[in-house]
Ligand binder design. Structure first.
Ligand code: SAM
Length: 437
């Protein structure tokens, strides 16, 4: 019975992707026959179930709308041998139509959690050559999620699945670009940066003021009712979601686009076993969250990364239940003349910054009521000063863990941010809003 739940869950997730091609035919490779039959039922279409190594797919030269793999990567010894994994992924890509789905479910509990992030990046930036040798075929990344059946039925937070589709857009092979998610992982949120940011902000957080400030921000919701549901957008290493569960009894889905960030969240929850908290890798603007499903949507200092904030607010509005509440803090811009140094900083970070009036308009245009905004910049200044002073006072410890150059980099960038605040360029904003009943 539990196996049936896994199949239904993965199929529902595949079908939630608005851009995925409809499924008429599917190929399922599973670790056991029962699960194969469960997928067959859950899909209710023409399904080929195979159990015979990576070549079993190539043997069926037919085109499939969806290919589902369940616990076969390890069994077929593909995780360690990336060149074999590459060959296998290519054989999948050529078998799928544009927008066809690949779902890979794999129980990662026996692997170091870093393998999750390694595989995510591998799928995300994977590029194969079409037989013409000129065209690139790639995946579009939709989401990586936890298998709820294993989470609630077995306290296993590391049984996960990835949902990818064959990209519809055609690129020239040699010009194919790495994705934005990869950009985040390679630049601002490299593994070392993540750990050093956490050292500065405080355990479990990558946002100004750490856990105490996050409690203060959460209190702006008013009363948080235990048992209610929250979506945390840009959950980072997961501290905010865990705090909302631990201190307020909420059930939280945390979403983030950066694997280097979120694998810490997965790891800490595998340790703490708090099943009120779930995480998924995905782009908050792309992922189709269930409509009318959350009591609260929360986001700490993520939205500045998002170009299309109009769509984001519309999406948040849809995902909230009637009467649901939204609370966001994010980096924004002030009303001072923007200096070249600030513009350079914004460009390098790929930030999309708006002033407080523009922020309010996003929420009002999306249909929210009781919209309240606040300029938190004076508090931002205090926090930045505290963080900088604490880092200077503990310089030896920081350098021992990381490096002199990372220390110099962070001290300079904290100094820059204080300068941007003084010129009313850099702001820190809060917005609270409600979806009408
Ligand atoms: N909220 C966390 C905290 O308070 O510790 C992390 C904040 S961190 C400054 C911003 C996060 O937003 C990063 O982890 C980044 O990967 C994530 N992010 C950026 N763009 C995103 C998107 N489109 N969808 C989901 N997450 C995104």
């Amino acid at each position: 019975k539990l196996k049936m739940a896994v199949a239904r869950e993965i199929v529902a997730s595949i079908r939630s992707n608005p851009t995925a091609a409809p499924i008429q035919t599917a190929f399922v490779a599973t670790e056991n026959a029962t699960l194969g039959a469960a997928f067959d039922q859950a899909l209710g279409t023409d399904v080929t179930v195979a159990h015979g190594g990576p070549l079993s797919l190539t043997a069926h030269s037919k085109r499939y709308d969806a290919i589902i793999l369940s616990n076969v990567l390890d069994e077929w010894n593909l995780i360690e041998r990336k060149h074999h994994l590459s060959d296998f992924l290519r054989s999948i890509l050529v078998t799928l139509p544009p927008n066809g789905t690949l779902a890979i479910r794999e129980n990662m509990a026996q692997h170091p959690v870093s393998v999750i992030s390694e595989l995510t990046k591998f799928f995300d930036v994977f590029i194969a050559q079409e037989s013409d040798g000129k065209t690139a075929i790639t995946f579009d990344f939709y989401a990586m999620r936890q298998v709820e059946d294993s989470l609630y039925g077995g306290q296993n937070h590391l049984d996960v699945y990835w949902i990818l589709t064959r990209a519809a857009s055609v690129q020239r092979y040699e010009e194919a670009l790495a994705t934005f998610r990869d950009f985040l992982d390679q630049t601002q949120y490299t593994e070392d940066n993540v750990r050093s940011y956490e050292w500065i902000f405080g355990e479990d957080f990558i946002s100004p003021g750490g856990i105490d400030e996050n409690r203060r921000v959460l209190s702006r919701f008013g009363e948080l009712k235990p048992g209610k549901t929250m979506l945390d957008i840009g959950v980072g290493i997961g501290g905010g979601a865990r705090q909302a569960a631990r201190e307020f009894g909420l059930h939280v889905l945390g979403v983030d686009l950066s694997t280097n960030m979120i694998v810490h969240a997965f790891e800490r929850n595998q340790r703490d076993k708090d099943a009120r908290v779930r995480y998924q890798i995905g782009d908050a603007v792309v992922y189709a969250f269930e409509e009318n499903s959350f009591d609260y949507v929360f986001s700490r200092d993520c939205v500045q990364h998002i170009e299309d904030q109009k769509t984001l607010f519309a999406k948040i509005y849809k995902s909230l239940k009637p009467g649901g509440k939204l609370l966001i803090t994010r980096y924004g811009k002030g009303y001072g003349t923007l200096t070249p140094l600030f513009l350079e900083y914004v460009k390098n970070r790929h930030y999309f910054l708006h002033n407080l009036d523009e922020l309010k308009a996003f929420a009002v245009d999306a249909g929210f009521t009781n919209v309240r905004t606040e300029n938190l910049t004076p508090r931002f200044k205090e926090i930045l000063e505290e963080e900088r002073d604490r880092t200077i006072a503990n310089k030896e410890d920081f350098i021992g863990r990381f490096s002199q150059s990372l220390y110099d980099h962070h001290i300079a960038s904290w100094g820059d941010k204080l300068g941007f605040i003084a010129a009313d360029n850099h702001n820190w904003h809060l917005i609270y809003a409600e979806k009408p009943l």
